[in-house]
Write a protein that binds this ligand. Structure first.
Ligand SMILES: Cc1cc2nc3c(=O)[nH]c(=O)nc-3n(C[C@H](O)[C@H](O)[C@H](O)COP(=O)(O)OP(=O)(O)OC[C@H]3O[C@@H](n4cnc5c(N)ncnc54)[C@H](O)[C@@H]3O)c2cc1C
Length: 439
């Protein structure tokens, strides 16, 4: 991330632009009809002070859909229709959708965007909600046929058409990789997961939970290789992948390779138009870029050095930006912790906070291998800062609440591992006692 001052990063902040960026725009253009763009549109349409005209441009030709549910669709747990994100009971007068159209340049002087087809569009306020794309490892053969990401409807349609009985290799043993691997396994493919680090979901799970997860998945028939580094994808004369080669020299047959090793924010458009871009499009707490007439949110943006990969923070960004675009006061966007869940049938995982134990922190652990129940709570100064739950995860949101509210849990430590509800009750009783003593 660049070390420039905020004045450098937002050079237009004091420039006098043709229309006051703090007033509601008359023509708002949203680039990207994904989860963030659609949610922003829905929020704006419910607002009486909404912009007069809104144009949504989306590179994908389909109407907005729930990207999160692609995993369930791949696993054949839901029908395609269940992905649709309708704008139920919301009047859409004044909204134009131009789908299947990619925005290729922004002319900031004229406030006009150009697309790969169709007329240019003038805006008086622009929102970039261009999301991200799979980060491809820089190895030979990564562009071969049947090597691809797991990001959108096109990728998932490709994956659902892989023949049962064929071999698939999934690169990445994180959330997305495991959801892809399980989906393909359920469709009858022989799947190997390659994970660079020593354990699955190493950013969310500690050693115990990761080893339980591994045993469960291997029991279902997934092959899992940890410490596995991809050296190359090798193909046939038609340019389709046939084999992956690892750095240790091993070769694994692969009729398809799914890359789930991270994401890269879509920033080309912003970069080309001279906006301040680091890893993502740099925004301030009002989701405004270095040009006051242009906002960014979702996976394409970067705030205080952070980029995004889960919807929770993005929904909070939507609230802030929708208020701003409707000239409503807003407290601004602030970072806040996020919890993670894995969407694989019959495996419940809930995790937040650091996985390692930093100095000065303590852990409380409950493990019942017989029933497949594991809980590890990370505390600092009697406050919950992290949790890993495997098996029974019903207490997860309650723990997350205690962590978010920074509750002092000293009065309920002895029951904390057995559920957040008991802990909450004891906390309330302790508070009442203190009040009675004081009275
Ligand atoms: C399979 C899968 C499962 C997931 N599961 C979870 C989960 O369980 N929980 C969770 O919190 N998150 C999950 N995520 C992540 C979540 O889907 C993303 O965080 C969210 O979609 C980000 O929203 P976005 O609008 O920023 O990006 P996107 O939803 O990717 O939307 C960006 C849109 O912009 C379009 N676009 C890009 N460039 C242009 C251009 N130049 N012109 C026009 N259009 C453009 C893209 O085509 C895309 O349609 C999952 C993601 C995937 C892929």
């Amino acid at each position: 991330m660049s070390q420039k001052s905020s004045q450098d990063r937002f050079p237009n902040a004091s420039r006098n632009l043709p229309s006051d960026p703090c007033s509601a725009p008359t023509h708002l253009v949203i680039v990207g009809n994904g989860m963030a763009g659609h949610r922003l549109l829905s929020a704006l349409l419910k607002h009486p002070e909404r912009p007069e005209r809104i144009t949504v441009l989306g590179e994908e030709s389909s109407a907005a859909y729930n990207r999160i549910l692609l995993s369930s669709w791949l696993a054949d747990e839901i029908e395609r229709d269940a992905l649709d994100l309708p704008l139920e009971n919301i009047a859409t007068a004044g909204v134009t959708w131009r789908l299947g159209e990619r925005v290729v340049t922004i002319d900031r002087q004229r406030r006009r965007i150009h697309t790969d087809r169709g007329e240019p569009v003038d805006y008086d306020r622009l929102v970039l909600a261009t999301g991200s794309r799979p980060a491809l490892p820089d190895v030979p053969g990564i562009r071969l046929g049947n090597v691809g990401g797991f990001r959108d409807l096109v990728d998932t349609t490709w994956l659902t058409s892989r023949p049962a009985g064929s071999r698939a290799v999934v690169l990445g043993g994180g959330l997305l990789g495991l959801e892809a691997a399980e989906g393909l396994r359920k469709r009858g493919l022989a799947v190997t997961v390659l994970q660079r680090s020593e354990r699955l979901m190493n950013r969310q799970l500690d050693e115990t939970a990761a080893s339980w997860l591994r045993s469960e998945l291997e029991g279902r028939g997934l092959a899992i290789e940890t410490h596995a580094r991809l050296a190359a994808c090798e193909g046939d004369a038609d340019g389709n992948v046939t084999t992956v080669r690892l750095e240790d020299g091993r070769r694994l047959p692969a009729a398809c390779v799914v890359v789930a090793t991270g994401i890269t924010p879509h920033t080309a458009l912003a970069r080309q138009s001279g906006l301040n871009v680091a890893r993502g499009i740099v925004v301030d707490a009002t989701l405004t870029t270095s040009d006051p007439a242009i906002h960014a949110l979702g996976e394409c943006c970067e705030f205080e050095g952070r980029t995004y990969g889960l919807v929770d923070p993005i929904w909070r960004q939507v609230e802030v930006l929708a208020a701003r675009l409707c000239s409503q006061p807003t407290g601004g966007y602030r970072e806040s912790p996020c919890a993670t869940r894995l969407k694989v049938a019959n495996i419940s995982i809930y995790a937040f906070g650091p996985v390692e134990t930093p100095p000065g922190h303590e852990t409380l652990v409950y493990a019942d291998p017989e029933n497949g129940d594991y809980r590890r709570l990370l505390l600092h100064d009697n406050r919950l800062v992290g949790a890993v739950l495997y098996g029974d995860t019903t207490a997860g949101p309650g723990y997350f609440h205690h962590a978010r509210e920074e509750h002092d849990l000293s009065a309920c430590r002895e029951v904390l591992l057995f559920g957040a509800d008991d802990a909450t009750r004891l906390l309330a009783e302790s508070a009442t006692r203190k009040l009675e003593e004081a009275a």
